[in-house]
Design a protein around this ligand. Structure first.
Ligand code: PLP
Length: 385
């Protein structure tokens, strides 16, 4: 069976050129970047080159502002940790209610330790009003954080405006840009962002490698202590093959963005949306009127459980998801749709289709047929006319 993979917000295929660049670093140049011999020197050079490529993709002024981590989750946790250590007397944190679990879960722990967590909800269209952040963020805040793009709906948030407000009040500002980087251009140095999280496997790099951008590397308080790697900012022998792959993915994303790639993906996503909406009654496009990442489509179908739909679509060769990857394995209604004001049954009826730069017109046609057939089948089984 031909597999049509439309779960690219969960993870993407490693691009062949990325894998080709990684391979020698496992078996030929396998030195430790801290070693003084020739293999160590080569590894250190490769590390520097990858760091420069990632810095270029996000518009960092200096590669030294990029710290490699094990992925988006670690980057988010490290950013929270650093901000809180720097201001131990401030006990309020302001975030959006639709952040990824990599932000929400550590905040839930902090809340039980006595921190005040203010969670700002979007409206039903997925729009987060910056004015609500402005009201909540003041000099008492240890940190404010907002994701640049939502992983479930693709909705884009006005993080630059919130960053300006934070800067004027001396409040550290973190942006989870895991779903933005590689899909939209970024010039991080042009904005008032203190820390920013990214992850390679969301744009055709390997899993288990990511980065944290630091506007001011000197003020960063490390989360992981040990050897002096990453200029004392993240201990542990560098995962060089993954870092090289991350650099290669960053380089190819930089070119893809410059060549107008996002518009081509958006055209396919829009075609998918239009054809499904035209073929079926009782369909909602979640955050359909919000500015969205080019690749993401989140649909709600009356009378159809998202989970059942994902399983039936899999039978038809289409890989999709009901909300985020972690939410779907927990079988919980989407916290994003709940925050947008949908009730639990509606929040359990979402289907996320996320394309990649590799998605073809034929795959879009396959997905339209499969979604229409699956929804009709499940409605018939439920006795819905
Ligand atoms: N933040 C967002 C918005 C994500 O979508 C994800 C992954 O789905 C993460 C953080 C976690 O990234 P990683 O899988 O690299 O730990």
């Amino acid at each position: 069976m031909q597999i049509c993979y439309l779960d690219n917000n969960a993870t993407t295929r490693v691009a062949p050129q990325v894998l080709a660049e990684m391979t020698p670093w496992f078996v030929e140049d396998y030195g430790n970047a801290s070693s003084l011999h020739v293999l160590g020197e080569r590894a250190a050079d490769a590390l520097a080159r990858a760091r420069a490529r990632v810095a270029r993709l996000i518009g960092a002024r200096s590669p030294e502002q990029v710290v490699f981590t094990s992925g988006g989750t670690e980057s988010d946790n490290a950013a929270l940790h650093s901000a809180l250590r720097r201001s131990p007397d401030r006990r309020r944190i302001v975030v959006s209610a639709v952040e990824h679990e990599a932000v929400l879960a550590p905040l839930a722990r902090l809340e039980s330790d006595g921190y005040e967590i203010v969670r700002i909800a979007p409206d039903r269209e997925g729009h987060l009003d910056p004015a609500r952040f402005f009201e909540a963020i003041d000099e008492r805040c240890a940190l404010a954080a907002v994701m640049a793009a939502n992983n479930e709906t693709g909705a884009l948030h006005d993080w630059p405006a919130i960053g300006e407000h934070c800067a004027a009040r001396g409040v550290p500002f973190h942006v989870d840009a895991v779903q933005w980087v590689g899909k939209l251009p970024l010039d991080v140095a042009a904005h008032r962002v203190d820390t920013l999280a990214i992850s390679a496997h969301k744009f055709h790099g390997p899993k288990g490698i990511g980065a944290l951008y630091l506007r001011d590397p000197k003020s960063f308080q490390p989360w992981i202590h040990g050897g002096g790697q990453e200029q004392q900012r993240r201990a542990g022998t560098e995962n060089l093959p993954a870092i090289v792959g991350f650099g290669a993915a960053a380089e190819s994303a930089t070119q893809w963005l410059a060549q107008g790639g996002p518009a081509r993906v958006a055209a396919r996503r829009d075609a998918l949306q239009e054809q499904v909406v035209a073929a079926l009654a009782g369909v909602r496009v979640h955050a359909g009127r919000a500015p969205r990442t080019c690749n993401t489509l989140n649909l709600g179908f009356d009378d159809v459980s998202g989970e059942a739909l994902v399983m039936l679509l899999s039978e038809f060769g289409v890989c999709a998801s009901a909300g985020s990857a972690c939410a779907s394995s927990r079988h919980a209604p989407s916290h994003v749709l709940l925050a947008m004001g949908f009730d639990e049954p509606s929040a359990s009826r979402s289907l996320r289709l996320s394309l990649s730069r590799e998605t073809t017109d034929a795959e879009v046609a396959h997905a339209v047929d499969a979604v229409v057939k699956a929804v009709q089948t499940l409605r018939a089984l439920a006795g819905v006319p």
